[in-house]
Structure formats: structure tokens, C-alpha cells
Design a protein around this ligand. Sequence first.
Ligand SMILES: C[S@@+](CC[C@H](N)C(=O)[O-])C[C@H]1O[C@@H](n2cnc3c(N)ncnc32)[C@H](O)[C@@H]1O
Length: 244
Amino acid sequence: MAETFFDDWIARHYAVLWPELFEPAVVGAAVDFLANLAGDGAALEFGVGTGRIALPLSRRGVRVRGIEQSPAMAAQLRAQPGGGQVEVTIGDFADTAVGESFRLVYLLRNTITNLTSQDEQVRAFRNAARHLTPDGCFVIENYVPQLRRLPPGQTTHVFTRTPVHVGVEEYDVAAQIAYSHHYWVVDGELRTFSTPHRYVWPAELDLMARLAGLCLWQRWGDWNRTAFTGDSQSHISVWRMAAS
Ligand SMILES: C[S@@+](CC[C@H](N)C(=O)[O-])C[C@H]1O[C@@H](n2cnc3c(N)ncnc32)[C@H](O)[C@@H]1O
């Protein structure tokens, strides 16, 4: 299994490092959207992490399971109220099978880009399709690569800047890899975190879906179903079985 960047310190500080992900409006809209698709079926989250969305979705009455590479992230999930309701399998979501089918398989917050080769990303789509019931669907939340922000010759852009967090994206366009560099001040100390991501456009994801026997059903600009446009910086995409 590939190396995990989500170590014990990151796992314990996840909500402090990315507080915007935990805003009630963000969590509420994502849970509403996913609960609607799951209906009375079960859900499987790839890269379930600390259960930011899996736990409230489970509290909503959806049976949720997860696949997670980082034992430290999974431990944080288990330690929370209701953590015992979300069964987590430690493994790589590109290949790991959990032995049952789901109405909904989902992958949040750019986590598809944690797989740094096209081959692994294609395998993740195939693994999602393998876990779907015939009426099921696969949801990805992912950013639109921000290459339009780069003037010729420039490889970096600042994607966040607050008094305690600076984030810089560094693009290697030949390799289709973006390195996300984070600099935080936590408890008065500077902390850094750099991870490689294989950035990917919606069109390439649609092709991966086709290779897995899925077709695009919906694409939105956010969890509130705002239209996806040329200005959208991220997308929520939903694929379902090609025959449905
Ligand atoms: C950005 S976090 C998102 C966590 C959670 N889904 C959320 O929305 O808060 C990415 C998570 O995916 C996990 N992850 C990354 N690559 C993985 C892989 N190949 N297989 C399983 N988990 C993976 C990381 O360990 C981390 O917990």
C-alpha cells in the first residue's frame, strides 16, 4: 500500500487545520445530498478519514462503511460518538474489496487526487463500480485544476492565505502532478505539510467512469446543486451504471 501522509499528528489536528470543511453549512449540504442518493440503501466512503461526513450521514440513518489507508485517521473516527456504527476497512480504495454492495459509493474533498497515477485512479473507478448495486451511483467531489491562474512560466499559485494558514499549489504540468504545500501556525509553532496530487479534469474522470461501465448522471458546482460553469472551482459529479 502507498505511503500515507495522514499521520497521527495530522489525524489529531484535522479539524483544526481545515476548519472550513467542518462549517455546519458545508457538512449539512453534503449530508443532505448524499442521504438523498443513498435513500434506504447503504453507503461506502473511499478515504473516510476521521468521519467528518460519514458520522453525520450515519446519524441521519444511512448505514455507512469506509475504506481508509491511515490507521491514525480511522482511530480518530472510532473515538467519536457513533464511531462504532461506521465500520472501517484499512486498505487502499483503488483495490480493497469489502464484500458487499452499496447504493452509494462516494469520495470527498479531492481525495481521488491522492492517487498519483492515472492507473490507480482508473482502478478506483473500477473498485467503486464493483461495489455498486445495479441502481447505485458513485459521487466524487473534486477541484477543477487552476491552471488558468498561471501566467506562462509560472508554476505556483497561493490558494489560501489566512493569519494562521498559507497554502501554495505547485504545478508540474508535464507530470500532471500538483504539490500542495501547507504552512500553519498551530500552538505558536510553524507546521508544514506537502502532498503530491494527480490533478484531473472532469472530462478525464468521465472517461475513467466509462472504462468502469459508468456514465455521467449529474454534475454540480457545489452540494447545493448550483450549476457547474466555466467559473466553477470544484464539482460534485455523480455517475451511475451505463445501462440505468
Ligand atoms: C483529504 S482527507 C478526506 C477525509 C474525509 N473523506 C473528509 O472528507 O474529511 C483524505 C483521506 O483519504 C485517505 N486516503 C488517501 N489515499 C488513500 C487510499 N489510496 N486509500 C485509502 N485511503 C486513502 C487519507 O488517509 C485521508 O484520510
